[in-house]
Design a protein around this ligand. Structure first.
Ligand SMILES: [Zn+2]
Length: 233
């Protein structure tokens, strides 16, 4: 069965990402351990939390990706990435925020990080080859879940329905492939020697912040008011 990216809720998105990043099984990003690892599963434990019993440190699959240190759930990131790819980055932060159910500022932050991450990955002179790709995106109705409703499930469902509705108009036959390529670029395995472009990525993000906040009139001192409707597109 082919690997697949699922976007409908947090567990599905995190598990998809784990399959993509840890092609040979989970890996501690701190010490490289591959066997003495355990998935954490407490009531209050975030989905996707692991512990390494070699170095005793916790980790998630987001480590050393643009998704690290973000409070935004992984399924929101992936839906945002899909929407940006399908719209060729033309979706405004306001519209993106409406679909994803997040603030304009959060949507703008996602957009900046994604564009910067892809710009840096695209500049990489030697793309990392040989990685098996997740080769399918599952976009369908939310599957029936026999377990009791989880907190936030209704919010996830409503968000996913807005997402499906939006991509009806935005996506074409190439969107899945482009999305998978973009995701692959953003989550190259942490052992990969061609990573380490954090400095470059931060620089690109800074430049993007300046340009995205520019309201287009290039007025001195006026660029910080730049979160009005669609002005960043
Ligand atoms: Zn470790």
């Amino acid at each position: 069965m082919p690997n697949a990216v699922r976007l409908h809720d947090e567990k599905a998105a995190v598990f998809s990402l784990e399959k993509l990043v840890w092609r040979d099984g989970p890996l501690c990003p701190h010490c490289g351990e591959t066997s003495r690892l355990g998935r954490l599963s407490g009531q209050s434990t975030p989905i996707g939390a692991w512990k390494c019993y070699a170095c005793r440190k916790p980790f998630t699959v987001r480590h050393r990706t643009i998704f690290q240190n973000s409070h935004v759930p992984m399924h929101v990131w992936l839906q945002g990435l899909y929407l940006l790819i399908a719209s060729q980055n033309r979706l405004s932060s306001q519209k993106l925020g409406q679909i994803l159910g997040v603030s304009v500022r959060t949507a703008w932050h996602l957009k900046t990080k994604i564009i910067a991450g892809l710009a840096v990955a695209g500049d990489d002179p030697e793309p990392c080859n040989g990685a098996r790709r997740i080769d399918r995106v599952v976009r369908g109705p939310v599957p029936d879940d026999p377990s009791p409703p989880q907190p936030g499930q209704a919010v996830h469902k409503a968000r996913y329905e807005r997402f499906l509705k939006a991509i009806e108009h935005l996506a074409d036959s190439r969107s899945d492939v482009l999305f998978l390529e973009a995701l692959h670029m953003l989550v190259r395995p942490s052992r990969d020697p061609c990573r380490g472009s954090g400095e470059t990525r931060r620089f690109v993000e800074q430049q993007l912040e300046l340009s995205l906040f520019d309201d287009g009139h290039r007025q001195m001192g006026g660029c910080r008011n730049g979160l009005r409707n669609g002005d960043e597109s």
